[in-house]
Design a protein. Structure first.
Length: 256
């Protein structure tokens, strides 16, 4: 594992931290591989129920590493299918929370949006400034941001390259919650611990079903949701969860 990324666990939470603070956690190929490998390792570890991805006080990540990309030509970047590997991070089934302090720009904002939701500090800043470099977002910015905050606001962000503060990002729906800068990681780990205590099959299903809301017609989405609800009655956690409620005790979910 590269030292550009630090991993640790806290109870059932797997924590991945970008560790290039001097370069504002600019994302190069080594960082991408290390984050993906760490997320996949947590995903296959049954004791981990939620992942927190975070950065440093000044930056979650200020984008793809411009010094790595600058000298590439079109044939080379296409042959490498540059940054296509980030889809493997999206494909990790364990819930992922982005804990954001400082800059989440370009690829940094895009990786944040690959997480299931984001908790940010009050001084966090978000943006897709690729237009200033003569390019556009490349790992989901135009697509995920537009789905999260709508075409008008997304278009403005991509066309101007301006930054959005935490309160504006919260109001727009880009992030789920704003907390004091110093509380971001603690809050994300606490939230992740709560999530990790729930039924793992139900967590996997709720992620898939919410994501499908962006792909399916309402009728197909509703049918999918209902069928998943029915199917979860095949899990021991449904029996346990409902019995615990009726017996006024805390459920002990065990399904993996
Ligand atoms: N890449 C490489 N190095 C970076 C990056 C970056 N994205 N961001 C910051 N750094 C480096 C700086 O070069 C500087 O290094 P050094 O100390 O060696 O000069 C160090 O980090 C500190 O940065 P600054 O001195 O610039 O710090 P400031 O506080 O003055 O400014 C900013 C902070 C505003 C965040 C500024 O650093 C900045 O504008 N950074 C670039 C932001 C940006 O343009 N991001 C988008 C990059 S492109 C991208 O993400 C495309 C993703 C899709 C690719 C997928 C292809 C398919």
């Amino acid at each position: 594992m590269s030292d550009l990324v630090i991993t640790r666990t806290q109870g059932p939470v797997g924590i991945i931290q970008f560790n290039r603070p001097e370069q504002l956690n600019a994302l190069n190929a080594t960082v991408a591989q290390a984050v993906i490998a760490a997320a996949q390792a947590f995903d296959s570890n049954p004791s981990i129920g939620c992942i927190v991805l975070t950065g440093s006080p000044k930056a979650f990540a200020a984008g793809a590493d411009i010094s790595e990309m600058a000298g590439m030509n079109a044939a080379e970047i296409a042959r490498l299918d540059y940054f296509a590997e980030w889809q493997q991070f999206v494909d990790v089934k364990t819930p992922k929370i982005a804990a954001v302090n400082g800059y989440a720009l370009g690829g940094g904002c895009e990786v944040m949006m690959m997480c299931d939701f984001a908790i940010a500090g009050e001084n966090a800043k978000f943006g897709q400034p690729e237009i200033k470099l003569g390019v556009i977002a490349g790992i989901g910015g135009t697509q995920r941001m537009t789905r999260l905050i709508g075409r008008s606001r997304s278009m403005e962000m991509h066309l101007t390259g301006r930054m959005m503060g935490a309160q504006e990002a919260l109001q727009a729906g880009l992030i789920a919650r704003v907390v004091a800068d110093d509380d971001v990681v603690t809050d994300a780990i606490k939230t992740a611990t709560t999530i990790a205590g729930y039924s793992r099959p139900a967590l996997r299903m709720v992620r898939e079903t919410v994501m499908r809301a962006e792909e399916l017609s309402l009728q197909d989405g509703l049918l999918h949701e209902r069928r998943v609800f029915h199917a979860l009655f095949g899990s021991e956690d449904q029996t346990e969860g409902m019995a615990a409620f009726l017996e006024k005790r805390k459920p002990a979910f065990t399904a993996r």
